[in-house]
Design a protein. Sequence first.
Lengths: 116, 108, 243
Amino acid sequence: MIARQMKHRGSALWIAAMIHRLSGLALAIFLPFHFLVLALAIQGGARLDSFLRWTDQPLVKLAEGGLVFLLAVHLLGGLRILAIENFDWRDGQKQLATIAAAISVLIAAGFLATVF
Amino acid sequence: MNVRLYVWQRATAAVMAPLVLGHIALIFYATRQGLTAADILARTQGSIVWAAYYGVFVAAASIHAAIGVRNVLGEWSPLTERRAGMFALLFGLILAALGARAVAAVVL
Amino acid sequence: MSGTLFELSVSLWRGGQEGRYENYHVPRRASQTVLDVVTFVQRHLDPTLSYRFACRVGVCGSCAMTVNGRPRWTCRTHVSKVADSGRLEIGPLANLPVIKDLTTDMEQFFVKWQRAKGAFVPSQTRRDAIAQIRPDTPARVAADAAIECINCGVCYAGCDTVRWNSAYLGPAALTRAWTLINDERDAGNAARLQAISASGGCHACHSHQSCQELCPQALNPTAAIAGLKKRTTAAYLKGEIKP
C-alpha cells in the first residue's frame, strides 16, 4: 500500500471544478458529431430532416436535455472563473458555484419542457 | 499551460459567452417552433450574419476546446506536455475543419 | 476498529513510499492534540517512529501531517475535533516523497519556491534611506494579506493540480511571488513575472480553492494566484513577457 491520498474531494468547489472539466470534455467529444450532422444539409434539406426525425425519440430528447445542461453549466462555471481571474476577489464561491449548477438544471428542464 | 495559452483560452471563452447564450436561445426557439431543415436553411442560406456568428463561434470553440483538451491530457494522461500539445493541435484543426464545413453547409 | 472512552485507536503510516498503516492504542487525555498522540506512540510504544515537530504551538509549520484524510498542523488539531468514534488515521503529507513514516522530503516544495522567484531582490543598499512603506496602499494591503506563510506545506499537500502536474509551482510559492510583486522595494519583478508565466506557473491553477480552505493561517492562495493571472496577462499583452 502507498501512503493515503486526500479526502477533501467532497467539497463543493472541487465538485464544481470536476463538473466544469467533465462537461468541457463531453462537449468537446460531442462537437465533431454536431458538425457532421449539420453538414448533412449539404446534401439538401431532406437528409437533415430525416436525422431531425430521429431526434424526436424520447431518449434522444433526454440526451439533448443533458447536452443543454452541460453547455449551460460549462458556460456559467466558466463565467465564475473569469470573474475570479479578472475582478477583485469575492468570497462565497461555493454559493456561486451552487447557483450556477442550479440555473443550468433549470435551463435544461426548460428545454425538456419545450420538447416533450 | 503558460500565459500565452491562458490568454487565448480565456479570450475565446469571453468571446463565446454571448454566442453560447444566443445559441441556447436559438435552441429553445427552434425546438418550440418545431423548425424543419427547410425552415432552418431558408433562414441561414445566403446570410452574412449567420455566417459571421457561427464562423466566429467555430473558430473560438476550436481554439478553446483544443487548449482545454491539452490541459486535461497533460494532467490526467501519461502523455508528455509536448505530445499532449500535438494531439490537442490535431483535435483543434479537425474541429475547425468540420465546423467550417458545417457553417458552409447551412449558409451557402 | 473504534476507540473507547479511554483509548484512541490510532493508525500510523509506517514505511517509506511503500508501507502500511499500523495500529496503536493511545490513552485519551483532556485537550489532547494529534501531535500529543504521535509523541505518545514514539515515546511509550514504538521508538522507531519517525516524525517532525518543533515549536508545538502553531508557529513553525513543522508538524503538518495528513489526519483522517486532511492535511493539518498536528499541534493545533485537537483530537476531540477530528477523531470520529475514537479513530485516527495519520499519514505523511501528500504530494511529497515519503522519507520514513510521517516525515516527507520537502525539497521540491522549496525548489519550487526558488523557481517562482520567491526571494526578495533589493533595489537599494544600506547607504540609502530606509524605504517609507505605507501600510494602507492597495499593494501593501495585498502583500500583507498573503505574507504570513510559514511554509508548512499543507496547501501543497492539498492541491490537486500539484498532484496532477509535476511542474506546477504550487500555491505557497506563487503566494510568496504575489507578495513580492506587490512589494515596492523589490526589483526582481521582470524575472519573476517571466518565471510564473511559464508552464507550471500561476496559469495552471484551476481555482479549486482547496488551498484556501486548508490553510491554517487563513491565507487565500487562490486569490493571490488570481492576482498573478491579472498581472501576467497585462504584462504579456504589453509584450513584457516572452512565453
